[in-house]
Structures are given as C-alpha cells and as structure tokens.
Design a protein around this ligand. Structure first.
Ligand code: SAH
Length: 396
C-alpha cells in the first residue's frame, strides 16, 4: 500500500469542499478519507481504529454505501456513523454510450457545475478516465476543457466517488472480476494543480483495503507543473504521463502556456527525478498530432534527441477536434511516419487510438459544465503579463 508522509494529505477540506451538496455539509464524506483518517474518524466516534479498516471493506470491496447493511458493525457504532458521516456520491446527470463501447457520464458538482468521466473498455483492460477539476486554468491551445476556464478543484471524495460510481454503474459485484483495471487522471483539469486532494485520492485507489490498484495501473497526466512533480515524488509513485506536445520551447510555449514558466529542460529534469526517486519505470510523454504544427519528421527527430538515453516512452495522440478549434489532425500516414522516426531514434512510441469520438469522450473533448470562472485562463493571463517573461507568477 502507498502511504503518504505524515504531514501529507489530510482531506478534511474535501469533506467540506465548496460546492459539494450543501444539505449535509456537517457530515464527513467517508469517500474522502484515506485509511489513517478513516481510522481516526472511528476513534473520534468512540470506536476502535480497526473499525476503519472494516469500513473500507464495506465501502470498497463490497461497494456498500448504506450503514444499515454493514451488519458486522455494532448497532451503536452504525448509529454514530449515520449521525456524523455519510457516503456521498456525485449524482449522474447524463450517460452517453459510444458506438465503440466507450461510456461517458456527466456528473453534478453542485451550483449547476458538472464534470465528466469516461470508461474505455479494451480486450485486456477497462480504463476509467477521471476528472480532477471543474474546468482547467492551464489554457492549452488545442484542448476543449481549456476553453471552459476554471471553476474549482474536485474534492478527494468526488474523485474517489467517480471510481466507486463507475464500478456500480458497470455492474461490479463483490468478489467478482475487476471491471475497472486501470484509472487515468486524464479527464477534466490539471491534477497537480489540485495536489492535496489528488494525492489523497491516489492513496485510496492504491490501498489494498480499498480499490487495491497497482501503481502501474494508475496514471497521472500533467501539463508540466514542475514544482508539483518534485512534490509528487515525496507522496506517490503512480505512473507519470507528461504532456510534451512540442520539441522546443518556442512551440511548446504557444501550445502549453505553462511552458513559459517551466520550460522543457526543467520539466525533463523533474521527470527523471520522479523516476529515480519513486517510480523506477518510465515517463510517458504525450504528444498531440497537429497537422502542420508539430508533426514534421524533423520535429520527431528533435523529440528523440531530447529523450534518448532516458526512461521515456512517447504516446502520440491524434488531435481530437471540438467546435471552434482551429487545429487539424495530422493524417494517419504522417502520424505513422512520426512514430517510425521516433522508433528509429531509439524511442519507443505508440499511437493512441481515439475512443468515444462520436460522443465527444476522446482526449481533450471533455467539457462538463463550467460556470463562474473564478480564475483567468493562464495563457491570457501570461500574455497580459508580457508572455515569455520568466518571472511570471501563476495562481496554480
Ligand atoms: N491536464 C492534464 C490531463 C489532460 S488530458 C495534462 O495536461 O496532461 C490528457 C491528454 O490529452 C493530455 O496530454 C492533453 O494535452 C491531451 N489533449 C488535450 N486536448 C486534446 C485534443 N483536443 N486532442 C488530443 N489530445 C488532447
């Protein structure tokens, strides 16, 4: 099991996160509590720590969200739980099924905000793609979520709740075969900009008393928040994916504005540190294929030069269009040529097959419902603050 350092990631905030249904705000949402905090809660309710572990079994192994069904817990303890705690799940607003078997759910975040999660079945695995924020402030030029702006972080309970809910929706039965074998934090939002809640959610995904996923089957994707990658190395060891998308700073700064604060060389240093410290495998660099922008063979060779000799793989993502986007997807031939150039350059590269396109569920197409955008989008903010200046402060 992955344990965080003791000062790490209490999630009291997630239980009372703003915008989470207000009716029972005084009750603690058990889905937001990693093991140690669940044990502490049990003690605070007059019981013993091991009750916390028992509760985890009910919540995650058996998918039970009703205290009255937890029959091996003493009646008085169940009453205390009902008084002070609850299992509060995001509610489902809509469900869409794509022709390729992909399913997308729109989930309520209170205040008429909403976020999305996507289940992608494959022959040998079932991947759930979860969101970490309502909207996103990072403002990547080719991403539909970025167009929505940012409203708020999701709580730990809302992230864990996505996996819990998807299991129930997909018909998971206690003791039965896993339906969700992999979880990727690649939905709406920048996970490392919601650090504390995300790390607590990762703990619960990996805990053998909870979802018990291997760290190799949980992937966090980041646009490149360098300080938070170093911090992540202190608290987690899940697989890391990084949105590279360009071989040089000039182009990457246009496509991924955070590059103006943390350029490629710094980003790569942070990635190698993460692998050395915690993960031991390799970083997957995501690279969206944009016609005529970043897809030339010379650019592939430049990417290979950046990554050669390091623990790195490249995943090429054909651009998924959305209304108002001015980019075009590279042709299949160009994508295959790009991959071959990388392979010839000594870098393992794969092409991600778009899934759920007919329901706008593919990478970069998740929009949810984002109102009251409280933070100015990063690209615009930095343009206003003289783009390119290294001294720019972000709110992230
Ligand atoms: N905020 C995280 C997770 C984003 S979604 C991050 O930036 O990594 C996962 C991947 O999809 C990222 O690499 C992202 O850059 C990519 N992506 C975003 N919009 C896309 C689009 N329209 N088409 C294809 N991939 C896209």
């Amino acid at each position: 099991m992955q344990r965080a350092d003791s000062d790490a990631v209490t999630d009291a905030a997630s239980a009372a996160a703003p915008g989470v249904e207000g009716t029972a705000a005084a009750r603690v949402n058990l889905l937001g509590l990693p093991r140690a905090e669940l044990e502490a809660l049990c003690v605070s309710l007059g019981s013993r720590p091991f009750r916390g572990r028992q509760l985890m079994g009910w919540l995650y192994k058996r998918g039970c969200d009703r205290f009255e069904e937890m029959t091996d817990l003493a009646r008085e303890f169940r009453a205390a739980l009902a008084e002070g705690a609850e299992v509060r799940l995001p509610s489902i607003l809509t469900v869409q099924h794509a022709s390729d078997g992909t399913t997308k759910w729109l989930l309520a975040a209170g205040d008429s905000q909403a976020f999305e999660m996507v289940y992608i079945p494959e022959v040998d695995r079932g991947t759930l793609c979860i969101s970490s924020q309502v909207g996103c402030a990072l403002d990547c030029a080719f991403c539909s979520t970025a167009q929505q702006g940012f409203n708020r972080n999701l709580s730990t309970a809302e992230m864990v709740g996505q996996v819990w809910l998807a299991n129930r929706e997909l018909g998971f039965k206690a003791g039965g075969e896993r339906i969700i074998t992999n979880v990727v934090l690649m939905g709406m939002g920048e996970p490392l900009a919601n650090f504390r809640n995300v790390v607590a959610a990762l703990q619960i995904l990996l805990d053998d008393l909870a979802f018990d996923l291997s760290r190799r089957r949980v992937t966090l994707s980041t646009s490149g928040l360098v300080p938070q990658i170093y911090r992540l190395a202190r608290y987690s060891n899940v697989a890391l994916a990084v949105s590279l998308h360009a071989p040089d700073d000039a182009l990457r700064s246009q496509l991924v504005p955070i590059n103006r604060v943390h350029p490629i060389a710094e980003l790569l240093e942070a990635c190698w540190h993460y692998i050395d410290e915690r993960n031991g495998r390799s970083v997957t660099f995501e690279y969206v294929m944009l016609e005529g922008v970043n897809d030339a063979p010379e650019q592939a060779r430049a990417v290979a030069r950046l990554l050669r000799g390091h623990p790195a793989k490249v995943n090429l993502i054909p651009f998924n269009p959305f209304p108002g986007s001015h980019f075009r997807r590279s042709s299949d031939e160009v994508i295959v040529r790009f991959r071959d150039e990388l392979n010839d350059g000594g870098i393992i590269a794969t092409i991600r097959r778009p899934r759920g396109l007919d329901i706008d569920a593919a990478c970069g197409q998740l929009v949810g419902r984002v109102h009251d955008r409280t933070i100015v989008r990063l690209g615009r903010k930095m343009a206003a603050a003289h783009a390119g200046s290294r001294g720019v402060q972000t709110t992230i």
